[in-house]
Design a protein around this ligand. Sequence first.
Ligand code: GLU
Length: 298
Amino acid sequence: MTDITYRGRFAPSPTGPLHFGSLIAATASYLEARSQGGEWWLRIEDIDPPREVAGASDAILRTLDAFGFEWDGPVTYQSQRHGYYADALAQLRQAGLAYPCACSRKDIAQASPSGLYPGTCRNGLAPHQTPRAWRLRVPEEIIEFVDKIQGPQRCDPVTEAGDFVLLRADGYVAYQLATGFDDAEQGMTEVVRGADLLDSTPRQRLIQALLGLPSPGYAHHPVAVTAKGEKLSKQTFAPALNQDQASPLLYAALQFLGQAVPPELQHGALPELWAWARENWKLALIPQIHQEVIEIFP
Ligand code: GLU
């Protein structure tokens, strides 16, 4: 048995097919894991049924396979881990670190123009109030970490995160709890993902610390944006990855990630491109700044 010194992951939400933005996150996390001789896991983050698209999970796995990604171990699904999240929430409740909240979105918007939860229910609910969500009682403690791409980060959770939601009013677990918990419980040593999630990291590290779990290291790569500066996503009509164009798309993802990929590989065979990428991948070449991508869809 080998000791695992590096375990990374790609954690897509099945809200639609993978697009070029997803390919960047998959590629960066995969190559960083492989370049460290580490494992790369897939975790389907299917904890938001209202946003889930039927068949998307399977389509994501098929696309990753067609693009030549090879994952370790069985694919995990957050929808099968609700028992863990309930236990984690119970642990936080017992420690007095989680409390029920009766506020509606409208209540919060009226009380707090910044959108930060104003702490209305921190000291308990009145007898006539019904709990809707559960929130974390955020401690007065600065969270610092060094992101491997974005550099030193510092967050005051009281003024920057507020008492955020752990269990949503509709009964579903919140992304911060599920993902913060899973990354630690599944033994991830490194999380490589888009910088659009950089402000989630202090929240997830806080959850890990309060649950007595280890925190992974983090590297947040820049995200691909449209000409209007919006992140590529289903909402901005990013096209689904076309498997017939796997080499040029992977080539574009590597270029986006700052890698000096030889132009002759753009239209070559996929295994050659992967062989080059595994051999030559350097996290240090990834730029910090988001980049516009408009011309790269073959
Ligand atoms: N499931 C999240 C998404 O698809 C990503 C979570 C993460 O990488 O932490 O946006």
